[in-house]
Design a protein around this ligand. Structure first.
Ligand SMILES: Nc1ncnc2c1ncn2[C@@H]1O[C@H](COP(=O)(O)OP(=O)(O)O)[C@@H](O)[C@H]1O
Ligand SMILES: [Mg+2]
Length: 256
């Protein structure tokens, strides 16, 4: 059965989407069958994989409001064998309110994903920058939550709320959910700040921390405007190497 990982942090700009796209792409490059679910109305994971998000007949929105089935909304990614996307666009912003009126509103995504879970080795969910009903749907669908932390001031801000939300979902909605761990992003080896942030998080957070640290790499920032994951945009960049290493760590993990 596929392992479902929600990539979440209610702070914006910490590297959720960059990690979702490139971890998914590197898992696929390693031969795994991967589905990336874009659960953010900004649709950055969708456009970052070269899909024209504003001209889609079916997206995660139509799926959640029961206007299409999950397979009808899924799209192959050009040039990336083994990688499929469930796309999103701004329509999803409206779903938040619409979902609140539905029965079992916390389980709508999970019920849809159950149809295709066995077809994939990994299903990654790129979460929106908030702790709303969409994030709750991602967490009820997921086996674990992976938290990207940007190597910046206030890296730990909001972390206790996020952990509290994960615990609430565990208690009330999805007892099987676990904390996958933390991955540091945008590490700048030239500054003390990045090293200080890593040290402080290691001291203060009692959770798995991936050995792979994602460096700040301009190629990672450029790739989405070309609609390409990093291994297709610049296969030998430090960004590509680091996401390959992260994929390897995820594959080799035995404890969850
Ligand atoms: N390792 C990195 N090196 C350089 N730029 C990065 C890196 N990771 C993310 N970025 C850039 O930082 C911005 C925010 O990243 P993004 O993944 O969109 O964050 P989030 O999804 O958490 O809002 C984007 O412009 C992205 O291209
Ligand atoms: Mg994002």
């Amino acid at each position: 059965m596929g392992r479902v990982i929600a990539i979440a942090n209610q702070k914006g700009g910490v590297g959720k989407t960059t990690t979702s796209i490139n971890l998914a792409a590197c898992l696929a490059e390693a031969g795994k069958k991967v589905l990336l679910i874009d659960c953010d109305p900004q649709g950055n994971a969708t456009s970052g994989l070269g899909i024209d998000k504003d001209h889609l007949e079916n997206t995660i929105y139509e799926l959640l409001v029961d206007e299409c089935g999950i397979r009808q909304a899924m799209r192959a990614v050009d040039g990336a064998e083994n990688l499929t996307v469930l796309p999103s666009n701004v329509n999803l912003a409206g779903a938040e309110v619409e979902l609140l009126e539905l029965d079992e509103k916390e389980y709508i995504l999970r019920n849809a994903v159950d149809y295709i879970r066995d077809d994939y080795d990994y299903i990654l969910i790129d979460c929106p920058p908030s702790l709303n009903i969409l994030t709750v749907n991602a967490m009820t669908t997921a086996d674990s939550v992976l938290v990207p932390i940007q190597c910046e001031y206030y890296a730990l801000e909001g972390m206790s709320q996020l952990i509290h939300t994960i615990e609430l979902v565990q208690e009330r909605l999805n007892p099987d959910l676990t904390m996958d761990g933390v991955v540091f992003t945008m590490y700048d080896a030239r500054t003390n700040l990045s090293a200080d942030v890593v040290a402080s998080v290691r001291e203060n957070l009692n959770t798995k921390i991936y050995n792979t640290i994602i460096p700040r790499n301009i190629r990672l920032a450029e790739a989405p405007s070309h609609g390409l994951p990093i291994h297709l945009y610049d296969s030998r960049s430090s960004g590509a190497e680091s996401y390959r290493n992260l994929a390897r760590e995820v594959i080799e993990r035995k404890d969850i």
